[in-house]
Design a protein around this ligand. Structure first.
Ligand SMILES: NC(=O)c1ccc[n+]([C@@H]2O[C@H](COP(=O)([O-])OP(=O)(O)OC[C@H]3O[C@@H](n4cnc5c(N)ncnc54)[C@H](O)[C@@H]3O)[C@@H](O)[C@H]2O)c1
Length: 377
């Protein structure tokens, strides 16, 4: 049977669409980008010209309303994700959405339910679970390399906003500055929390955490001024998984180190695996392993099958990891693989964890998950 190409409409002609999303689609012959929209129409036109996309629009409605588009890619500012994803799902489109779908896990779950009811595939921009080294790590865990997983340690940290003059994006500059606002915990935390759930085969059931604002004043892109920004630019939490395993996660964008800055460690009854996604000496990923009878960590070579066509570990992580993400989604939409990994339901669980850590910080206490019992309607 010859399957038709998946026809993609991209929302947002910004930096991340340019470096990750569109290159990912262009690399996969099983899909084609047929349109792009951005309210700044010059940007949409420039991207159309540069990437050979046939149509450019000023409004997302033009894309969502097209009957010949199968997949809508939401790569816009975070505050717009939920409304755009919902509109696309309501119109019967598969959706790839940058994280978070929504700031409240209940909204993300609502979007997941609509997708499930309509038989649509969804995917969050959980970029790092698609890194070849992380995919190999998952395969090794599934094969039993670590035995029973005991402990997960996760980090996403780099120095992207250590310099207060580097303009902040994706922040609400009108938010109440008398209380700390969630920032790194969500923006940096989501992908490493997702990896914690994935690798441990279980989700956090109780957490306690804290956040800090280290740099009080920053340049803000939306206002083009230096402003008091009481945002969490560093945070740490610990927790217990439903399986009985333990976990810790630390995120920050003011910690010295290179991009993307993830580290995932799993220690189990038989072995341990440590995957680092940090661009160093031109290489963007490494995986190290030790076992109970050979405790010196050794570097593992990631097999070719975990790379996208033409991919290698010296490629930019932005295009390399996203090529795998896009490949996974296209395979799922075309029914070439079962299931739908990293979907909105997985995103809702991650968002619930973010909301729980925030509540723990605000009330200075351990918070159980599910959160439902903690909330007053
Ligand atoms: N997963 C990752 O590793 C990762 C990395 C970087 C960015 N991101 C996320 O990607 C998203 C985009 O980030 P960016 O850096 O490209 O932002 P950006 O500001 O450079 O670009 C966003 C673009 O979306 C456009 N836009 C706004 N509303 C729109 C609408 N309704 N329809 C169509 N276009 C619209 C804007 O005009 C802008 O051109 C953000 O949510 C960001 O957090 C994720």
């Amino acid at each position: 049977m010859t399957l038709s190409k998946v026809r993609v409409g991209v929302l947002g002609a910004g930096a991340w669409a340019e470096h990750a999303h569109i290159p990912g689609f262009l690399r996969d012959p099983r899909c084609e980008v047929v349109a792009i929209a951005d309210p700044v129409i010059e940007r949409a036109r420039a991207f159309a010209e540069r990437f050979g996309i046939p149509e450019a629009y000023a409004s997302h409605e033009a894309i969502i309303g097209r009957g010949d588009i199968d997949l809508v890619d939401v790569c816009t500012p975070s505050a717009t994700h939920f409304d755009l994803s919902m509109a696309a799902l309501e119109a019967g489109k598969h959706v790839l959405c940058e994280k978070p779908v929504a700031y409240d896990y209940l909204e993300t779950r609502r979007a997941a339910a609509i997708a499930a009811a309509k038989g649509l595939r969804t995917k969050l921009g959980f970029t790092f679970r698609y890194a070849p080294a992380m995919r190999y790590m998952k395969a090794l865990i599934d094969e039993g390399f670590v035995g029973e997983p005991f402990i997960f340690n996760g980090y996403e940290q780099n120095s992207q906003w250590l310099d207060p003059m580097n303009p902040l994006r994706q922040v609400d500059h009108e938010a109440d500055q008398s209380v700390i606002q969630v920032s790194s915990l969500e923006g940096y935390g989501a992908p490493i929390m997702d990896l914690g759930h994935l690798f441990m085969g279980s989700r956090f059931k109780e957490v306690v955490g804290t956040m800090r604002n280290f740099i009080p004043e920053r340049m803000v892109r939306a206002t083009n001024t230096m402003m008091r920004m009481n945002i969490d630019d560093g945070d740490i939490f610990i927790g217990e998984f439903a399986s009985g395993a333990l976990g810790s996660i630390q995120t920050s964008f003011v910690t010295v180190g290179n991009y993307p800055g993830l580290e995932a460690r799993v220690y189990g009854s038989k072995g341990a695996l440590i995957c680092r996604l940090v661009e160093e000496n031109g290489v963007c990923e490494s995986l190290k392993a030790a076992s109970a009878d050979s405790v010196e960590f050794r570097e593992l070579e990631v097999p070719e099958r975990f790379y996208p066509p033409g991919g290698h570990k010296r490629e930019s992580w932005r295009s390399l990891f996203y090529a795998n993400l896009v490949g996974s989604l296209i395979s799922e939409i075309r029914g070439e693989v079962p299931g739908n990994e990293g979907n909105f339901e997985d995103g809702a669980h991650v968002q619930e964890l973010i909301n729980a850590v925030e509540l723990s910080y605000r009330e200075r206490r351990w918070v159980p998950i599910p959160l439902a019992a903690e909330r007053t309607p």
